[in-house]
Design a protein around this ligand. Structure first.
Ligand code: AMP
Length: 147
């Protein structure tokens, strides 16, 4: 059974836990796979959002998607990297959450995703919500209620 306090946590809006867009590494549609590879390598993130010129979320890009796109039969075709556009290889099937959504919805989604992309009411990219942040909040709550 869910106690009143955990109900409060689950009903909280996610907005205060979001890593805001200006702090999130991203690439834009039209950028090359070479550029994306540099961003992913330098930041060390496993996957990053792909945005359009109006800052709307279009997809997610990971190192694996880039590697698969240049994988030949015998060797890795690095020379193809500048000609591949990120929007042709990105994953369009992304876990999206709205700024006004609740902690409970985020908790359900982060079971299968390391981070969620957050959009505002107009669909503009607002930032990300990571599994790490959700777990930290949950840990804080559990330790507090155990005392
Ligand atoms: P973390 O919780 O820091 O381990 O992040 C988990 C995943 O979320 C990373 O591997 C990235 O894919 C993504 N991520 C976290 N922080 C950022 C950021 N500032 N910019 C872009 N992606 C991020």
């Amino acid at each position: 059974m869910i106690s009143t306090n955990s109900k409060d946590l689950l009903a909280m809006p996610i907005s205060e836990f979001v890593i805001s867009s200006e702090k999130v590494a991203h690439v834009q549609i039209g950028n090359s796979a070479e550029h994306a590879l540099l961003v992913l390598t330098r930041t060390g993130y496993s996957s990053i959002p792909v945005l359009d010129l109006k800052y709307r979320l279009q997809g997610l890009l990971s190192m694996k998607m880039i590697t698969e796109a240049i994988l030949g039969l015998e060797h890795i075709e690095y020379e193809k990297l500048p000609d591949i556009k990120v929007d042709t290889i990105m994953d369009k099937n992304i876990a999206v959450i709205k700024l006004k959504d609740t902690f409970q919805r985020a908790l359900d989604l982060v079971i299968n995703h390391a981070f969620l992309c957050v959009v505002d009411e107009e669909g503009t990219f607002a930032g990300i919500l990571t599994r790490r942040v959700i777990l930290k909040q949950l840990k804080k709550y559990i330790y507090k209620t155990e005392k």
